[in-house]
Every structure is written in structure tokens, then in C-alpha cells.
Design a binder for this molecule. Sequence first.
Ligand SMILES: Nc1ncnc2c1ncn2[C@@H]1O[C@H](COP(=O)(O)OP(=O)(O)O)[C@@H](O)[C@H]1O
Ligand SMILES: [Mg+2]
Length: 259
Amino acid sequence: MSGLSIRDVSIRYGKRVVIRDLTLPDLPAGQVTVLAGPNAAGKSTLLRAVAQLGPHAGRIMLDDADLARLPGPQRARLVGFMPQSLPSGSSLIVLESIIAALRAAGETPAAQADAQAMAVLDRLGIGALALNPLDQLSGGQRQLVSLAQAIVRNPRLLLLDEPTSALDLARQVRLLAELRRLAAEGRVVVAVLHDLALAAQWADRIVVLHQGGIHSDGPPEKVLTPAMLAEVYGVEARVERCSRGNLTILIDRELAPVP
Ligand SMILES: Nc1ncnc2c1ncn2[C@@H]1O[C@H](COP(=O)(O)OP(=O)(O)O)[C@@H](O)[C@H]1O
Ligand SMILES: [Mg+2]
């Protein structure tokens, strides 16, 4: 098997089961998969389990390697994780934080680490921020730095939790185009997104989590339906093609208040 495989995964917090016996058809390299679903559906929980940042039952394999059994530095080389928000309170400058992320996968000679970190910042258009303190960045700048930390080790698997939530419109599109390039270079890319119209335009596949399992899984035009939007999100909505042929979603009303 090549790519990411998720089999019989269950995750609980105490007695509360958040993900129940979840199995996904394999996610191949080269594709961008969007993980969607309402608030508290377990998207972050699942992504963190794949990154081995939380306990889980079941098997999560990347290219036939069981991620739970890999030694830390080897896993750090293979898996890049961008959390929903960067922890605050850091005294590092941006460049140091990228180098620290690089070193999690093993020692790199200083000159090479500097060059590699700068190359990633330039790739994301934030080279000018290299010497800024992390704690003085705007939300959107922090999000791009967080992406830089996730990709600097050239991971085979890239996991991103709401990577566009703080970005302006141009940067959202730039980030999604970058995710497509990262996938095309031979990576498995999984991103949690709330904006389903953006997902429709950029994702190869959308997986909708609901009530601890998978509600739907497939190409955007198959997954994005008024029935799914009613059942999962509790809204009456239309899914229509715009003049360019892209899917758009028009929400008409809430069907029942979501608790
Ligand atoms: N560390 C935790 N301890 C206990 N419950 C948690 C923890 N993290 C998340 N949860 C609960 O698990 C559920 C799923 O959360 P999460 O995965 O963050 O959802 P999503 O990312 O889809 O919004 C929520 O009900 C949340 O309250
Ligand atoms: Mg979340």
C-alpha cells in the first residue's frame, strides 16, 4: 500500500467515544483530501491521532509503516502537522522556530538548516518575517509560519488543521494552491476546512465526519449535496454551479438550532 491508511480507529476521552471504528479508503500521495464536519465532530481529534499526538485504538499506516511504532525522529521526518493554533508564549524568532522544527527530525548542520528554513519561508512568501519574534505576528502571519514549520522537514504526510482560518482571501487561495503543489510533489495532504466552497474548488476528495464516523467520502461533486448539508450541518442549502462551473453553496436557512 502506498499512502495513508486508517483502519478501525476509535478514539475516546475518558469514557466518551469521539471516533468510533473509523476506516477510510486509502489516501494516496498526490491528492488533497479535505476533512470536513461540524464543530466538535472530532476532526482535530482524528488529525492529532494520525500525527500520533493522542492515544487511539486501531491502525494508522503510512506506506505500510505503522506510525505508532516508528521511532520519534523517523516519524517526525515523515509527518508534518499544522495545529489549529500555534501555542503562544514563545520567545523564539520565526527563523529559529523553523530550525527547531527541522531539528525534531535529527541534527542538520547549522548552515544547511538556515538555508533550508529560509527557503521554506520564501516559498510561502514570508521571508521578510524571518527575524520577527513569533509572539508579535498577526494571526495570519502565525498561521503561515505554522505551515512553514510543518513542511520544512519535507514530510511525506502533511496534516493541516484549519490552515486558512486566519488568512485573508488572497492568502487562502495561495495556501490552497500551495497544498496542491505539495501534494503534486508526492505527498499525502489532509486538511481540515470549514469553507466547503473552497474545498470544492481545491480538494480531490472530501471526507465528512459526523457523529463519530464518516457520513460521506468522495469527490466534491458527489459529497456536497443539499441532503448532506441538511443531515450534517442542519441547514437548508442549494449547491449550484457558478458561471465558471465551480460548485457554490448557498445557505438559505438553519433547519434546527445546532446545540
Ligand atoms: N483534550 C480533550 N479532552 C476531552 N475532550 C476533548 C478533548 N479535546 C476534544 N475533546 C472533545 O472531543 C470532541 C471533538 O473535539 P475536536 O476533535 O476538537 O472537534 P473538531 O475539531 O471537529 O471541532 C468535542 O466534543 C470536544 O469537546
Ligand atoms: Mg478542530
